[in-house]
Design a protein around this ligand. Structure first.
Ligand code: ZN
Length: 881
């Protein structure tokens, strides 16, 4: 474990290293406790660097076994070797020389899962961001691009399969039960994209013919016996390869593309060149074990990692401050892929829900940072929703501003100009300025300035002058270390809508530049005047979620109801209904705090019924519309003095009111949606299941609800329906015989399938109420649970702390205490996973005072622990600051 040195890395301190490593030859002799790594590096001093400049290589917990320069031993006086750094004090006078370094590492004992480690007896690596320095001393930074040749030696019994990046060049026998394989990757790459896999794995093989007619061998490697579960992932891979050729003109460049699924993995997946390594949760699926959400995630993540081959690998980042250059852009690309494969409207709503649930609280709390941060203490803590999700929204806005064709021309120029480069955000913006002739400097603030901008908007119609006016004011709230904000360029898509949902025409507009249905907000205040407007329109704002902002709109409830029924923009129509639901929930919350029974407007309840039954709308859309805003979403909209119990009560009351008034409609729809055809994971079938399961949730609160859910559970023919029914029973009928029986039956059936048991842990960890902290404590002793496996920890502890508002925020603080102890326990093995967990308390200041005090005590108890890792200390100190 790397302890905290307190060092802060700053963007403005960037300078190229004095040395380059054009060529890297690695030999691994694998053994669980003592793997020998021999690195032969071709080192080149830059032209303008003095001969006396020392060569300083990064390490992390390494033991140096041997070092030679140009085949000669280096004298001890000429070097300085610590576990975390290797300094060659007097490098040779020649500009180019060869450095041999031998180190020894112990993969079996590596529980941090960074560098070379073992997962279920398979050797694998994770090097992003700084894991390569746990394998050998190196210039472990993304702007050092090197051509790698890798030779792997292993016992054939232990590791019949030997994989690395690039193309296979050689393999053979070594005698004594050993064998070897060599791989060569012709494309220069940074060390974070290095990968090695060795073990006994089953293979699903296929091939793909590229645009130019080359055949690429495809392989997905999984635990032997699970090959059949990789079929959907393979299909998603081939669709991704085709899509990237069509949508971006990008063709795959090596002869092979391999994916390996491992069961111990800190993240979702990793885009190592030609050898992606995946968390098995994002590869393995069939109807019996995976939900529709799992299928959609697999499709999206397979695509994401594949798309990195161009956005990330062929063009990489100059330094880690530019992480959004590869991540934001690649998330945008995978969103577009999924939108094309599924329903664009439904996908967009889901993306916005995710952004608001994860990025907005980050941007509005102590961990706020710009899409391109300017400083960090621990880069692992910057793999955030801001870098990924907001980063993607920024790319989407560039397309909105320039239009699809100019955007595509800009991307083409980016690939042409920067192929083989370690690039920056400035390089990225420049290509769009060059193809469009526009100045994007104000727009670039989206990369540099943290915080979610707010737009305050009001409207007036003057029938005599036939003028409609929108008064728009922008503000960006202060964030840590940025109290003063500059004015942003916000592209706000809008529509003026009249009777029957038709657009209201206007003859002219002044006060802002308005192009293709988008108002370009650049100043603090705009009075946007539309002339020739004869009838008062309802105004539909931020259509398609054109900008990641919050809106404070003075709008009549009549207009909101009108838009929720008639807006032709599917996203805004969903938004209008969601705003009505949120407003009703906030009023109910206040009524409950005031000791009153909440009451809901009958027309809102009726609208829920008519959306449910509107056959003109896709079932998946109806399911999303009927899903009430989450407790955390409501809390965010309330803003401060949060009492999670009152929010929960308000939400339950609204669910009960909607279900009671629409019971007959919902029951009829529920029966009609029963799956009659064979199972298919496609979007339309998944949408029908989603709607039926949403209706089940409402109906379960009605008389006979437990029996209905139990029947749904027993008759389920796929995991989507089974898990949904189990959640309804466990959450709505906690402790009932039906719930107890279903949980036991699920455990009996899937006890030996860890990925399915994760769902069982998740469902129990999210049961509302004060008793759940005890359930979670007890489940940490369940035989299927392990503190060493990130998926298990996230399912049980992560779900409890981030998705159980009433359990985690139990009024006596017990949830926080249990959480603090567990974070410290996880940290001993895996600092990265612990730090990620600890972000669950980032919004602690918005709680009511008593909970706030208890949350602070728990955070202080983590901060006060001895020898904290850099990862965890960084998060806890920023959260408390
Ligand atoms: Zn990525």
């Amino acid at each position: 474990m790397r302890t905290d040195t307190g060092q802060v890395f700053k963007l403005e301190d960037y300078r190229p290293n004095d040395y380059l490593i054009p060529k890297t030859d690695l030999t691994f002799r694998l053994s669980p406790d003592a793997t020998r790594v021999t690195a032969v590096l071709t080192i080149e001093r830059r032209d303008d660097v003095s001969v006396s400049a020392p060569l300083v290589l990064d390490g992390d917990g390494l033991t140096l076994k041997r070092i030679e320069i140009d085949d000669k031993k280096v004298k001890p006086a000429d070097l300085l070797a610590t576990p975390d750094q290797l300094t060659i004090l007097k490098p040779p006078a020649a500009r180019r020389f060869q450095l041999l370094i031998e180190t020894e590492v112990a993969p079996a004992g590596n529980e941090a899962l960074m560098g070379l480690y073992r997962s279920s007896h398979v050797y694998c690596t994770q090097c992003e961001a700084e894991g390569f320095r746990r394998i050998t001393y190196f210039l472990d930074r993304p702007d050092i691009l090197s051509v790698y040749t890798v030779r792997i030696e292993a016992m054939r019994d232990e590791a019949p399969l030997l994989l690395s990046n690039g193309n296979s060049v050689d393999r053979g026998d070594l005698g004594d039960g050993w064998h070897y394989a060599s791989w060569h990757d012709p494309f220069p790459k940074p060390s974070y994209l290095f990968a090695l896999v060795a073990g006994n794995l089953g293979q699903l093989a296929d091939s793909f013919v590229t645009l130019s007619g080359r055949t690429v061998e495809l392989g997905i490697y999984v635990e032997p016996g699970k090959e059949k579960l990789a079929g959907y992932a393979m299909d998603a891979l081939k669709r991704s390869m085709k899509w990237d050729e069509e949508a971006f003109g990008r063709e795959y460049d090596l002869d092979v593309f391999n994916i390996v699924a491992v069961s111990d993995f800190n993240m979702g997946a990793m885009e190592n060149k030609g050898l992606n390594i995946f968390n098995d949760k994002y590869v393995l699926a069939d109807r019996e074990t995976a939900t529709d959400a799992d299928f959609a995630n697999i499709e999206a993540i397979i695509a994401h990692e594949y798309f990195h081959n161009w956005t990330g690998n062929r063009i990489t980042c100059r330094d880690w401050f530019q992480l959004c250059l590869k991540e934001g852009l690649t998330v945008f690309r995978d969103h577009e892929f999924s939108a094309d494969q599924r329903s664009r409207a439904v996908k967009r709503i889901a993306e916005v829900r995710t952004l608001r649930a994860h990025q907005f609280p980050e941007d509005q709390g102590p961990l706020a940072h710009p899409v391109r941060p300017r400083r960090y203490r621990e880069i692992n803590n910057f793999y955030t929703a801001t870098v990924y999700e907001k980063g993607s929204e920024v790319v989407r806005m560039i397309r909105t501003i320039l239009g699809a064709d100019v955007f595509r021309a800009g991307m083409d120029l980016y690939f042409e100009r920067h192929d083989g480069d370690a690039a920056t955000i400035e390089d990225f913006i420049k290509v769009f300025e060059d193809v469009s002739g526009r100045d994007l400097s104000q727009f670039a603030l989206w990369y540099h300035q943290a915080g979610t901008p707010n737009l305050t908007i009001s409207s007036t119609h003057n029938p005599a002058a036939q003028e409609f006016t929108l008064e728009i004011e922008q503000s960006v709230p202060p964030t840590p270390s940025e109290s003063r904000k500059r004015l942003m360029h916000i592209p706000l898509a809008f529509g003026l809508i009249g009777a029957g949902g038709k657009p209201v025409p206007y003859s002219g507009v002044e006060g802002a530049s308005v192009e293709d249905g988008v108002i370009h907000i650049r100043k603090r205040r705009h009075m946007v005047r539309f002339s020739g407007v004869t009838e008062r329109p309802a105004v539909s704002l931020n259509r398609g979620f054109s900008a990641p902002v919050t809106l404070s709109v003075e709008q009549k409830a009549d207009d909101q109801f009108f838009l929720a029924r008639h807006d032709s923009d599917a996203f805004s129509r969903w938004q209008a209904f969601n705003t009505l639901l949120t407003d009703a929930l906030i009023s109910a919350f206040r009524e409950i705090l005031g000791g009153k029974q909440p009451a809901f407007a009958p027309r809102l309840i009726d609208l829920a019924g008519s959306i449910a039954g509107d056959e003109a709308l896709e079932p998946a859309y109806r399911a999303l519309a009927l899903a009430l805003p989450g407790e955390a979403d409501i809390a965010r909209d309330i803003g401060r003095n949060i009492d999670p119990d009152a929010i929960y009560a308000a939400r339950e009351a609204l669910a009960l009111a909607i279900g009671s008034a629409n019971r007959d409609v919902f029951s009829g729809l529920y029966r009609g949606l029963a799956d009659k055809d064979a199972f298919s994971p496609d979007a339309a079938s998944a949408g029908r299941r989603a709607l039926r399961n949403t209706l089940l949730d409402y109906l379960s609160l009605q008389p006979g609800g437990a029996a209905l859910a139990a029947g749904h559970f027993q008759s389920a023919t796929n995991m989507t329906d089974r898990a949904a029914a189990l959640a309804v029973l466990a959450h709505r009928h906690h402790g009932s015989p039906e719930a107890v029986e279903a949980l036991a039956a699920f455990e009996a059936t899937y006890g030996s399938d860890p990925l399915v048991m994760d769902k069982w842990f998740q469902i129990q960890a999210s049961v509302p109420g004060p008793q759940t902290v005890d359930t979670v404590k007890a489940l940490t002793n369940h035989p299927a649970f392990s503190m060493g496996n990130p998926n298990r920890v996230r399912s049980l502890i992560g779900t409890f702390s981030s998705a159980n508002q009433t359990g985690f925020h139990r009024a006596d603080g017990e949830g926080y205490w249990f959480f603090a102890q567990t974070v410290l326990e996880v940290e001993k093995r895996n600092p990265q996973v612990a730090a990620r967990l600890a972000t669950a308390l980032r919004s602690w200041r918005s709680l009511e005072p008593l909970r706030q005090a208890k949350a602070r005590e728990a955070l202080l108890s983590i901060a006060g622990a001895e020898s904290l890792s850099a990862d965890l200390r960084d998060i806890v100190e920023r959260t408390l600051a």
